[in-house]
Design a protein. Structure first.
Length: 106
């Protein structure tokens, strides 16, 4: 699981085996800020499927004579709209079937 904010930071969880991963198109993501629902979406909201975003990136790089390499981390997009945070906010980002990340900003 990963969560990202405009490439400013990324939270990574334990790897999930491909055989144990849910269908990413149907994964529901939700953000809770200060105990209140702040956003919800599905993997289908990322160009129809997160793999489509990955394919777009790979094709774009190939057109420039570049490519993706083993070990690189690719963040394919967000399931929820951007919410600007402030000091004191606490956030939970949950991806159904994959896990959740919690953070408090001071």
């Amino acid at each position: 699981m990963a969560d990202d904010f405009f490439a400013a930071g990324c939270v990574l969880g334990k790897a999930v085996a491909r055989t144990g991963a849910p269908d990413l198109r149907g994964v529901v993501g939700r953000a809770v800020i200060n105990g209140k629902a702040a956003g919800r979406g599905t993997g289908a909201d990322v160009l129809g499927h997160p793999h489509n975003a990955l394919a777009w990136l790979a094709n774009h790089l190939a057109a420039e004579g570049r490519g993706l390499h083993a070990g690189q981390i690719v963040l394919t997009g967000s399931l929820v709209k951007t919410v600007w945070l402030k000091a004191g906010d606490s956030v939970i980002m949950e991806l159904e079937g994959l896990g959740l990340a919690k953070v408090a900003f001071t």
